[in-house]
Design a protein around this ligand. Structure first.
Ligand code: SF4
Length: 265
């Protein structure tokens, strides 16, 4: 279901590395990833995550006013929602915000799991400073369909990365969250290397409040034999991820890929 809402502000300060502002054209996300921590961050109380998306229909107008007075800084588009989820096809809020950011010459960093970003290549090519990150968590699309049911397929995302790069747009991959014994880390790094992003940012699964139930139901359906192992690994996970991150780093090195591990707590 889609609900139209109006907002009072557009840009919010961001604590994420490399970003000055966050811009989220929607509230809620139809990609409905089982590991999404946005509901905890935005205090989502509107029912099952993924069922409702609120479209911020006046966002471009508010953004336009703010861009005239805000200090220039990097705008992260899609920090707690996906800016290219299906509703964007109809509302084009992300596209209109991009037009404004381009007009005011603000640097932009986009993160998405959708090949719909290709629609805006014409605009992205005009930016002096833009990068597009595409998230990949698994290679097996049958698993992806259960874990990120509303998002674009794995092959479409890899194709999008290749096409963006062919058009001269800086790309990166968010490899995360690495799902223990599910993410095929080495094969996934090999597949990513073929589309040559500038770098790969790797992250662990972060179980914020209210997330364990959704992850547990997913594991129970996909591979119930992993349930005990997940209960052993989380909530801490330090030891497990230490080894996996080393494996990913060395595979990236072998492929000539720059790799960063997200150390944020
Ligand atoms: S695409 Fe991002 S914001 Fe949307 S459900 Fe998945 S993790 Fe959450």
């Amino acid at each position: 279901m889609i609900k139209e809402i109006k907002v009072k502000t557009a840009l919010s300060p961001s604590q994420l590395p490399g970003l000055d502002y966050a811009l989220n054209p929607y509230r809620g996300c139809a990609h409905a990833c089982v590991y999404c921590y946005a509901p905890a961050v935005i205090h989502w109380n509107e029912g099952k995550w993924g069922d409702l998306v609120e479209a911020k229909i006046n966002l471009p107008r508010i953004l336009s006013k703010e861009l005239r007075v805000k200090k220039k800084g990097v705008v992260g588009i899609g920090t707690v929602t996906d800016p290219y989820q299906p509703v964007e096809k109809k509302y084009e809020i992300t596209r209109r915000c991009l037009e404004l950011l381009l007009l005011h010459d603000f640097p932009v960093c986009i993160q998405t799991k959708s090949s719909l970003v290709l629609r805006d290549i014409d605009l992205l090519k005009e930016f002096k400073n833009v990068e597009v990150g595409i998230t990949l968590t698994v290679l097996d699309d049958a698993v992806r369909e259960k874990m990120e049911p509303g998002a674009t397929s794995v092959s479409e995302r890899l194709r999008a990365l290749a096409e963006l790069r062919e058009n001269g747009i800086k790309t990166w991959v968010f490899l995360g969250p690495v799902m223990p014994h599910i993410t095929e880390v080495e094969a996934l790094v090999d597949a990513i290397a073929e589309v040559k992003p500038e770098y790969v940012l790797v992250d662990r699964l972060r179980l914020k409040e209210g997330m364990w139930e959704r992850v547990r139901d997913f594991i129970e359906e996909l591979k119930p034999e992993l349930l005990c192992e997940y209960e052993r690994i989380f909530p801490n996970g330090v030891e497990y991820y230490g080894d996996v991150f080393m494996k990913i780093k060395s595979r990236c090195e072998k492929n000539g890929l720059k790799c960063e591990i997200n150390r944020l707590s």
